[in-house]
Design a protein around this ligand. Structure first.
Ligand code: PRP
Length: 183
C-alpha cells in the first residue's frame, strides 16, 4: 500500500520506495565487491526484514543463499531485558561460511548484538550486519554494522517491513508515524 492508503497516519515520508530500491542497489554493489570470489549466505531476521531481503537479494548480480531466523525477547516482552530466544533457527550449517545478517532497523542494538554473538559461536568464516536503517540516538549496545542504508532520528517509523501493532509492514515507503496513532 501507499501513503494515500494510510491517509493522516504519517507525519512525513522519510524514504520512498524508489529511494529504498536505489540505496539497496548501492549496498548490493558494495557487498558484491567485499565478497568477490566468496560464497555468501544472507540471513534475514523475521519478520521485519522480509522486504529488505527480497529487494536486496534481487539487486545482486551474483548467486546468494538465503536463510531466516526469528527471535523474540524473553519475559517482560520489552527488549530492555537483553535476553533473546530463538523462535526459528537457521536451516543451514554456517560453519566455515560467510554470513551476512540482514535486518531493516537497528534500534537499541540488542537483537543484533545477541544474534551476532550467537552466530559467531557456530564457527562461521565471518559474520557481518547489513541494516537498512539505524537509530544512533537509540542505540544501547555496541553493534557495528558493515552496511547501513541510512541513519535516522529516534522517531517511530513504520513501513517497508516496520510495523506498529503488526500494521504498516506492507507500506511501500518508510514514514514517521503520527503520535495520534499510538498515543
Ligand atoms: C525489530 C527489527 C530488529 C529489532 C531492532 O524487530 O526487525 O530485529 O526490532 O531492535 P533492537 O535494535 O532494539 O533490538 P521486532 O522485534 O520488532 O520484530 P519484527 O521484525 O517481527 O517486527
Amino acid at each position: 500500500m501507499d501513503e494515500a492508503d494510510v491517509d493522516g497516519d504519517l507525519v512525513n515520508i522519510l524514504f520512498t520506495e524508489q529511494q529504498i530500491l536505489d540505496r539497496l542497489g548501492e549496498m548490493a554493489r558494495d557487498i558484491e565487491k567485499d565478497y568477490e570470489g566468496e560464497d555468501l549466505l544472507i540471513v534475514g531476521v523475521l519478520r521485519g526484514a522480509v522486504m529488505v531481503m527480497a529487494d536486496l537479494a534481487r539487486a545482486f548480480n551474483r548467486h546468494v543463499e538465503m536463510d531466516w531466523m526469528a527471535v523474540s525477547s524473553y519475559g517482560s516482552g520489552t527488549k530492555s531485558s537483553g535476553v533473546v530466544r530463538i523462535l526459528k533457527d537457521l536451516d543451514t550449517d554456517i560453519s566455515g561460511r560467510h554470513v551476512l545478517i540482514v535486518d531493516e532497523i537497528i534500534d537499541t542494538g540488542l537483537t543484533l548484538m545477541w544474534l551476532t554473538s550467537n552466530l559467531n559461536s557456530r564457527h562461521p568464516a565471518s559474520v557481518e550486519i547489513c541494516t537498512l536503517l539505524r537509530k544512533p540516538d537509540a542505540q544501547k549496545m555496541n553493534v557495528d554494522p558493515k552496511y547501513v542504508g541510512w541513519d535516522i532520528p529516534n522517531e517511530f517509523v513504520v513501513g517497508y517491513g516496520l510495523d506498529y501493532n503488526e500494521k504498516y509492514r506492507n507500506l511501500r515507503s518508510v514514514g514517521t508515524l503520527a503520535p495520534h496513532v499510538y498515543s
